[in-house]
Ligand binder design. Sequence first.
Ligand SMILES: NC(=O)c1ccc[n+]([C@@H]2O[C@H](COP(=O)([O-])OP(=O)(O)OC[C@H]3O[C@@H](n4cnc5c(N)ncnc54)[C@H](O)[C@@H]3O)[C@@H](O)[C@H]2O)c1
Length: 318
Amino acid sequence: MKILVTGAAGFIGAALSLRLLERGDEIIGVDNLNDYYDVTLKHARLARLTPFENFKFVLLNIADRAAMEQLFATEKFERVVNLAAQAGVRYSITNPHVYAESNLIGFLNILEGCRQNQIDLIYASSSSVYGANAKLPFSTDDKVDNPVSLYAATKKSNELMAHSYSHLYNFSTTGLRFFTVYGEWGRPDMSPFIFARQIMAGKPIDLFNYGNHRRDFTYIDDIVEGILRVIDQPAKSRYQIYNIGNSQPEQLLTFVETLEKYLGKTAIKNLLPMQPGDVQDTFADVSDLMRDFDYSPKTLLDVGIEKFVTWYKTFYEN
Ligand SMILES: NC(=O)c1ccc[n+]([C@@H]2O[C@H](COP(=O)([O-])OP(=O)(O)OC[C@H]3O[C@@H](n4cnc5c(N)ncnc54)[C@H](O)[C@@H]3O)[C@@H](O)[C@H]2O)c1
């Protein structure tokens, strides 16, 4: 298949592209390589993709309407996987406009490209859409009208925009609500990475809500496997939303203890109050994913963290 993967230099986009390239799909990878976090890591991820003959990289901002129209007109995609977005809950408090540009305007350009060319779309949503919901586990049947950050509001908006397009036009949209993804080649702005860096440097780690968060940490390979299954199976309906999470929330402190075990160092813990924009717990109900794709993420935290730490030490300490 010829597949457009946006955000191809990102954590999930690069991991997905690699799997698709290895099995022989033709990938057009788009990314604007912005400097929200260390750009050398984005280049290093891309360097794993560029040796494949079936990979082409296009440096592009998905918010650039003319360039996006041109891309869709030139390449005839069979699937589009939109992972490009401004991620991060806390950054959206200080830098709101970039979220509107990438996550709203950019997403509209993706929808338009799919509409004009009748291509089924798979796109990243987020567990953050559950916002202030207190009922656990989070189900795709729950109302999600209480986002507690602008980031979450843009992801919920994507789902609404996708609904209108798949209602009006002849293509399907599948939104995937990812739950805290971690693993090799991960994101330096996320807690697993920040914790590893601080612990290795003998510096304190900040544990918000005094460490009393529970997160449904989901290992990168499981996320990729979930996306692959969605790519490969024709959509059951025009508009679909799925949770992809481990469905096994862990205490933040357990996460830190496991990191300590594999890093071989003890963390200095800075216990702090809850941060604005954060949610207390996340917990994915993945029964829809099981029903329609016979799949749910399974990697144990202990196994995933060991792999992450092995990669982290190789990448940063050699
Ligand atoms: N990692 C997680 O835990 C997680 C959880 C929930 C949802 N998500 C969503 O999954 C998707 C991928 O996340 P990730 O963790 O790989 O993030 P990431 O930041 O590593 O990857 C996103 C990539 O998109 C690129 N990008 C951003 N804006 C762009 C634009 N306007 N045009 C072109 N490229 C642009 C960035 O340069 C980056 O390489 C995002 O939509 C994110 O919101 C991630």
